[in-house]
Design a protein around this ligand. Structure first.
Ligand SMILES: *[C@@H]1O[C@H](CO)[C@@H](O)[C@H](O)[C@H]1NC(C)=O
Ligand SMILES: *[C@@H]1O[C@H](CO)[C@@H](O)[C@H](O)[C@H]1NC(C)=O
Length: 391
């Protein structure tokens, strides 16, 4: 075979191969990243996300745990966070992992890049596609916010992006991902589920305003335009759809609207105050106006893990994941799972999204599943379908 190729390539082959090889390798790499397409699974019609909030990873085995029982202190390190990642990934087999910030705890990390590599390693090792946003602690070590986000974007299997091309925007890590319908069906070229990621900042830089950062006007404009563009495409391009594809939004710091609930109207627990920015950026209204957003997922408050619904949008915490993050001794570290299910027609073809469910996995001996609930259901808005009994 080699002989034949050499003959047809002539003397050029003596010059080209190393260069060609480099070009081909670069192209293959670019293709691998660009071509990674998130898709629903054909067998089950599901797409499952595991949300990991607040790992607070630092220096691995040299970094101890916070807020564990006295009997658990010895031998507890960042490696327990790593072990929990493996456990939950094996149990859930997710289609995407989303790290919602404070992935590392900068001020206790000797080398921010190394901490990130170690923190994300289980997802890479298990070949899971993943995406990340940053919190308020990621940049407190050896890298700036931009540096941290650039590193996350460059890591293996990362679907994260710095920011959209060609526009001025606040923060680092504002991007969206599309999840296509089942291969071979009429929706296989369409994004039937939209995922949005935003940088909710770290601390206020506005004189006279204390506290945490917020999602700025420039980011909201990008978000609004991206939602409208995706909706137009979904509804007006063939095969035309009646309703927008549902959207899920991920960022770190909770919105002030997370304070709208009491135990009467949320699922999960609230064991500390809502640490949102001290002013309201209006992002909740922007999400409501967008019309496609069904749920948003944050971290930041480690011992709150509830979901509550306000104006048609579920506001969800994941609860703290990492052992070097503050927590509550005896209250298990946890992850949120979000499972999205497609509708199947009577003729057996997979269509758009039917429902969005969630539950949490605890890092206890049984890897317990708790607080399973439906976040959104296509029928429940009454816009499209009625039950046969008219309800
Ligand atoms: C941390 O990991 C060690 C080693 O596997 C284990 O013995 C210990 O129980 C874990 N601690 C906690 C709090 O899970
Ligand atoms: C939750 O319930 C409380 C008490 O009944 C009520 O004041 C509040 O408006 C409810 N919040 C939402 C978002 O439904």
């Amino acid at each position: 075979m080699g002989v034949r190729r050499h003959r047809s390539g002539g003397h050029l082959s003596l010059l080209l191969p190393p260069l060609l090889l480099l070009i081909l390798l670069a192209a293959a790499e670019a293709k691998e990243k660009g071509a990674h397409r998130l898709r629903f699974r054909r067998d089950s019609g599901t797409f499952k996300v595991v949300q990991v909030a607040d790992m607070h990873y630092a220096d691995g085995r040299r970094t101890g745990c916070e807020d564990v029982l006295p009997s658990q202190v010895a031998g507890c390190t960042d490696l327990n966070t790593t072990a929990f990642l493996y456990r939950v990934f094996r149990a859930e087999d997710p289609d995407l992992v989303v790290f919602t910030g404070d992935n590392i705890y900068g001020s206790d990390s000797t080398d921010a890049a190394k901490s990130m590599d170690a923190a994300i390693a289980p997802a890479i090792d298990m070949k899971l596609p993943w995406a990340a946003v940053i919190g308020n602690h990621d940049q407190e070590g050896t890298l700036s916010r931009e540096g941290v986000m650039r590193h996350l974007v460059g890591m293996k299997n990362s679907l994260s992006s710095i920011n959209p091309d060609g526009i001025e925007i606040d923060g680092y890590g504002n991007y969206n991902l599309e999840v296509s319908g089942i291969e071979g069906t009429s929706l296989d070229e369409k994004s039937v589920l939209n995922l949005y990621f935003l940088d909710s900042g770290d601390y206020s830089t506005v004189p006279g305003i204390n506290g945490y950062g917020w999602i700025k006007a420039s980011q909201q404009v990008w978000f609004q335009q991206t939602c409208s563009r995706l909706q137009r495409k979904y509804i007006h391009e063939s095969p035309k759809q009646k309703e927008p594809a549902p959207g899920l939004v991920f960022f770190h710091i909770p919105l002030p609207e997370f304070s709208s609930f009491t135990t009467a109207n949320f699922t999960g627990v609230k064991q500390e105050g809502i640490s949102s920015a001290s002013i309201n950026s209006g992002f909740f209204a922007t999400m409501v106006e967008a019309g496609d957003v069904k749920a948003s997922f944050v971290g930041h408050d480690h011992i709150n893990d509830f979901c509550g619904k306000l104006n048609g949008i579920q506001l969800c915490y994941a609860g703290g994941f990492g052992y070097h993050a503050y927590g509550k001794a005896g209250w298990s570290r946890r992850a949120r799972v979000v499972s999205v299910q497609l509708e199947k027609t009577d003729s057996g073809e997979w269509r758009g999204v039917k429902s969005i469910k969630t539950w949490k996995r605890l890092d206890d001996p049984d890897l317990s599943t708790i607080d399973s609930e439906v976040l959104w259901n296509r029928g429940s808005n009454g816009r499209r379908k009625k039950n046969p009994d008219g309800s």
